[in-house]
Design a protein around this ligand. Structure first.
Ligand code: PGA
Length: 265
């Protein structure tokens, strides 16, 4: 795992955008198309805005072949609700980048098919050849995707019930915590660990405790994000506030400052 402690959220966004663009270019050069795993929530928005700004300035890669898979989705919202994660990712990223909507996927929360929705999403991921790069945020309670504390480290895509804390964290998108759906479909922890590269982004002091538990604590279902320690290729990109509770912060800073040019992330 590589922990990159940067100063500001803007630096986090620029570095994350570099990593995503590099993958898209590399896959296109190999005559393939990148398969990206996307997170919603507030944290990646600055990265997505950076990618869009570069693309609009003519500097970004061509995204038309890229396929994307969301981490999770609310259950129980009307399909045309603006806060579904499919609508959110289209609005905040894939439409402005020019990725055709049929290449933008998420777990299907339609009530009629709900019991099999997790398995169907797993099959879609397999058919796409798996996710090359998975963008992750982290919840203040240590969740990744919507895998709340206590989630099996072997879990696949399935229905979960949100904690009161997550519903209160997400109240800003719905006006009140009561209006946040209770149930979600989320990639499981084992699903997330199948991606080729995990890119976990965290900014702000509210994330400092969860980041420290995920990176330096024991691997435990009580902190689902700690499962990233089991993955061979993880980049954790942090601003100073999110990195502030790490005990090995000096070391991570030293590693980053001494990083050779030939060694990518
Ligand atoms: P946030 O959410 O980026 O809105 O803080 C992160 C998460 O819940 O994974």
């Amino acid at each position: 795992m590589e922990v990159v402690p940067l100063a500001t959220a803007a630096e986090v966004a620029r570095l994350a955008a570099d990593i995503i663009e590099e993958l898209v270019r590399r896959r296109a050069a190999a005559d393939g198309a990148a398969v990206l795993g996307l997170a919603t929530g507030s944290t990646p928005l600055a990265t997505y805005a950076e990618l869009i700004a570069r693309r609009q300035a003519g500097a970004g890669p061509d995204y038309r072949g890229v396929r994307t898979f969301n981490l999770d989705e609310y259950v129980g919202l009307p399909p045309d609700h603006e806060q579904t994660y499919l609508a959110t990712i289209r609005r905040e990223l894939t439409d402005p980048l020019g990725i055709p909507p049929e290449q933008v996927h998420g777990p299907d929360p339609a009530l009629a098919g709900l019991p099999g929705a997790g398995e169907r999403y797993e099959a879609e991921l397999r058919a796409a050849g798996g996710i090359a790069l998975q963008v992750l945020g982290i919840g203040t309670d240590g969740h990744i995707g919507f895998n709340e504390p206590g989630s099996s480290l072997a879990s696949l895509t399935r229905i979960k019930t949100l904690t009161a804390r997550t519903r209160s964290d997400n109240a800003r998108f719905f006006g009140s915590a009561d209006a946040v759906p209770r149930h979600v479909l989320t990639q499981g922890i084992a699903t997330i660990l199948r991606a080729g590269h995990l890119l976990l982004l965290a900014t702000g002091e509210a994330k400092a405790g969860a980041v420290a538990a995920a990176v330096e604590g024991p691997v435990t279902a009580s902190c689902p994000a700690s499962a990233i320690q089991l993955h061979p290729h993880v980049s954790v990109i942090l601003d100073a506030a999110a990195a502030s509770a790490l005990t090995r912060l000096d070391y991570y800073q030293e590693v980053w400052a001494a990083k050779p040019d030939w060694q990518g992330l």
